[in-house]
Design a protein around this ligand. Structure first.
Ligand code: HEC
Ligand SMILES: [Cu+2]
Length: 327
């Protein structure tokens, strides 16, 4: 290929790749490069830190990549013979001092800013006991389980009261792997680590906030997303009351089946596990209890810490599929 054509092709390819990458990020609809909207006090401070760090790193990126491209063009081989030696340069005290001092100053600035922001991140404001709620967040392969103060349970959907302090108690279970509970709009990312308890909090206006597992935790990690549904206090209260009064109800069972079982099973065809449609275990509380508490040959003990009511709720929903194929 003649040189001119090759160069044009190269430039076109480069520009296209950059454009693609940029538009994909921008099109992501969640802010792209930028954090989502901050809806909880800590989230604002975390966003500020993000923006300050991004400005420095963005400017440095442009300078470094700009210089790289300029040098590639300016010092390209051109018509010089392949064997020609470049000039031999030794030391440049001024440059060396500069590239030592400037990064130190930049790091000091970023560090100072973060330490200035940090004290505001952390503790929840003092609130009357009636205005506080603690919800336990459990990371499981491959779903999120939420336990409310009255024992109610939900899967992959946390319901929380609006405009009040909500404490999150993020635990990891002994037989589990690490997961990471991340609700970008509510700020902070906390690991769910076996044997440890991590605590954080938020206070958010009513709305739905997307949550993700931010720790590669196994084959179905990508399915570990959840919603934090922030609703008026009365609606939250009635949700958890309904759930605990009707603890073994079909609604919870449906959530459990969708969230916990369907990450590996389908009713009518095999997936990661075998097809479940028609399996008599789906209508058998005792049999399922053994399977969920102990696991199978390859199936993890996905319900090891489920209460009896939780397993009954599952069966209340799945028994319709215990006979006959699929559905
Ligand atoms: C991480 C993947 C995974 C999840 C999650 C999972 N299973 Fe399984 N399941 C498997 C695999 C793999 C097998 C087949 C091998 C075995 O028995 O371990 C299986 C087998 C089964 C069987 C057949 C057992 C038999 O001997 O007939 C049933 C029933 C079952 N699972 C029910 C469930 C239910 C109900 C849930 C949700 C509460 C669930 N599974 C969640 C992977 C999974
Ligand atoms: Cu995970």
């Amino acid at each position: 290929m003649p040189l001119g054509v090759r160069r044009t092709a190269f430039a076109t390819l480069g520009t296209t790749l950059v454009a693609l990458a940029a538009s994909a990020a921008a099109y992501a609809g969640n802010g792209g490069f930028l954090p989502g909207q901050a809806h909880s006090p800590n989230a604002h401070r975390i966003d500020n830190a993000f923006i300050v760090v991004s400005i420095f790193t963005g400017v440095i990126f442009v300078i470094v990549e700009g210089a790289l491209i300029a040098f590639i063009v300016k010092y390209r081989r051109g018509k010089r013979p392949r064997t020609a030696e470049g000039p031999q340069i030794h030391g440049s005290t001024r440059l060396e001092v500069l590239w030592t001092v400037v990064p130190v100053v930049i790091l000091a600035l970023i560090g100072a800013f973060v330490f200035w922001e940090l004290p505001g991140i952390a503790d929840a404001p003092k609130a009357a006991a009636a205005d506080e709620t603690t919800i336990q967040v459990e990371g499981h392969q491959f779903y999120w389980l939420f336990r409310y103060p009255n024992g109610a349970v939900s899967i992959n959907r946390m319901v929380a009261p609006a405009d009040q302090v909500v404490h999150e108690r993020i635990i990891g279970l002994d037989w589990e792997v690490n997961h990471s509970w991340w609700v970008p709009d509510l700020g902070g990312k906390y690991d769910s680590i076996p044997g440890k308890v991590n605590k954080t909090w938020f206070k958010a206006p009513a709305g739905d906030y997307v949550a993700r597992c931010a720790e590669l935790c196994g084959i179905q990690h990508a399915l570990m997303d959840a919603t934090v549904q922030v609703v008026p206090r009365a609606q939250y209260d009635s949700f958890i009351q309904q759930r605990s009064a009707n603890a073994n109800g079909v609604n919870l069972g449906h959530e459990e089946f969708q969230g916990a079982c369907q990450s590996c099973h389908r009713l009518d065809h095999s997936y990661i596990g075998p097809a479940l449609g028609g399996n008599p275990l789906l209508g058998d509380v005792k049999g399922l209890t053994t399977l969920l508490r102990n696991g199978g040959v390859q199936m993890p003990a996905v319900g090891k810490n489920w209460t009896d009511a939780q397993i009954q709720a599952l069966v209340a929903y799945t028994k319709q599929y215990a006979k006959g194929a699929g559905g």
